[in-house]
Design a binder for this molecule. Structure first.
Ligand code: SF4
Ligand code: FES
Length: 392
């Protein structure tokens, strides 16, 4: 459950292509979280702490209706995500339906449930792109982070098959204090796997990840080295490998323009059919999200529903955002992070140096990064939590 920066990147490109008059028009790319089920137990999972149970998931027919509706209203790309999208038995059918409707389809997967046969079926069904997440560069650490035996070996295998069936591959590497030292090898791994894109995505701390912040938060020195390596590799690999880079915004002075601004360029649909401004939006209590199962169309929900309009634009802002010169460039940062750290989603995201809480939180993160806690609290779909057996 991690939002790939590639999506926001491609959004930015697509967004430039359309006129200003159409801003707030239907987004061109949509993330479909077709299930929250997942065999992995990543401690940095960004999905909400409360997951949708499989009994609440939209049926095959309901997803097909959603896909047709998305194509009709002008969406161009759909990203099948989760949880683990391949945990749904009807994935090939859904990809086929999307592809027949003219949608560009991307599969965002942990890969561990895929077989060579299933991958060929997906390719035949019209799948356009595969993104595989990696937890490290060798089995020991990678499998410990994923909480899944042989996960790393399986991922390498599926990455190879992906290229064999001639699908473009993105390697998504989720980085944190316990694996940042492997970055040079991860870059080499992406090259060896013939990926055309690598996402160096430092963990973002909301959802489940917040519970593991002390075990994941990188040090300032690690992050500086990471930035240096990414810049050097971008230069060296120009034309061969595109590298997207996301830094944990605890170490930034200004927050990220999360989701391109609430309700501006992006929505996703949860396993149970809720239309959400971002994948973590349900962590904000007191907001009601409309469902595709309601009487409203998806276009109506996007334009008119209370949840999308609550933090759209700048009118909802309090100080210091309200009178800040950057309010139109970052829209006050991330609403989910503001809620998780301050209890009010309308507050300035504490990642911003102008937030009265910035100093406290930054210092705390710095202390955690220098600390000794390496033990993970694993995410377990069965509902339980597990602690890591062996510390790093
Ligand atoms: Fe952005 Fe608000 Fe910080 Fe200004 S005060 S930089 S608008 S988050
Ligand atoms: Fe929800 Fe940033 S993750 S607004």
């Amino acid at each position: 459950g991690n939002i790939p920066p590639g999506i926001s990147d491609s959004l930015a490109v697509l967004e430039k292509q359309r006129s200003t008059a159409e801003t707030f028009g239907i987004p061109l790319a949509v993330l479909l979280e077709i299930t929250h089920r997942c065999p992995l137990q990543c401690p940095y999972c960004s999905n909400p702490v409360e997951l949708d149970r499989s009994g609440k998931e939209l049926t095959t027919q309901e997803w097909k209706k959603v896909l047709s509706e998305l194509a009709e209203i002008g969406v161009l790309q759909v990203h099948f995500s989760g949880g683990e999208p391949t945990a749904r038995k009807d994935l090939v059918e859904l990809v086929k339906h999307a592809s027949d409707a003219g949608l560009y389809t991307n599969l965002i997967t942990s890969a561990v449930l895929l077989t060579r046969e299933k991958l060929s079926e997906l390719a035949d069904a019209g799948l356009c792109h595969v993104q595989i997440s990696f937890q490290g560069v060798e089995e020991g650490l990678a499998d410990r982070v994923a909480g899944y035996r042989n996960a790393h070996r399986k991922k390498l295998e599926v990455a190879k098959w992906t290229r064999e069936v001639d699908l473009p591959l993105t390697v998504n590497a989720v980085m944190h204090r316990q694996n940042l030292h492997q970055l040079p090898d991860i870059i080499q791994m992406a090259l060896d796997l013939d990926a055309d894109r690598l996402e160096v995505a430092n963990v973002q701390y909301y959802g489940w990840a917040l519970k593991n912040r002390a075990a994941l938060m990188p040090t300032v020195a690690q992050l500086d080295e990471c930035t240096r390596l990414v810049e050097e590799a971008r230069e060296r690999l120009k034309g061969r490998l595109t590298i997207d880079y996301v830094v944990p915004d605890y170490y930034a002075l200004r927050p990220k323009k999360c989701m391109g601004g609430w309700g501006r360029q992006f929505f996703n649909i949860s396993p149970a059919g809720k239309v959400l401004p971002c994948h973590a939006a349900e962590s904000i209590t007191g907001l009601d999200f409309e469902s595709v199962r309601s009487n409203h169309s998806i276009a109506w929900i996007w334009q008119n529903s209370e949840a999308f309009n609550r933090y759209r634009g700048t009118g909802w802002m309090k100080e210091p955002c309200r009178s800040c010169e950057f309010r139109e460039s970052d829209f006050g940062g991330c609403r989910c992070q503001a809620f998780a750290l301050t209890g009010d989603a309308a507050n300035t995201d504490p990642a911003c140096a102008l937030s009265p809480l910035h100093e406290t939180i930054f210092k705390q993160a710095e202390r955690e990064a220098e600390g000794e806690i390496n033990r993970f609290l694993y995410r377990n779909f069965a509902g339980g939590t597990l602690e890591s057996e062996n510390d790093a």
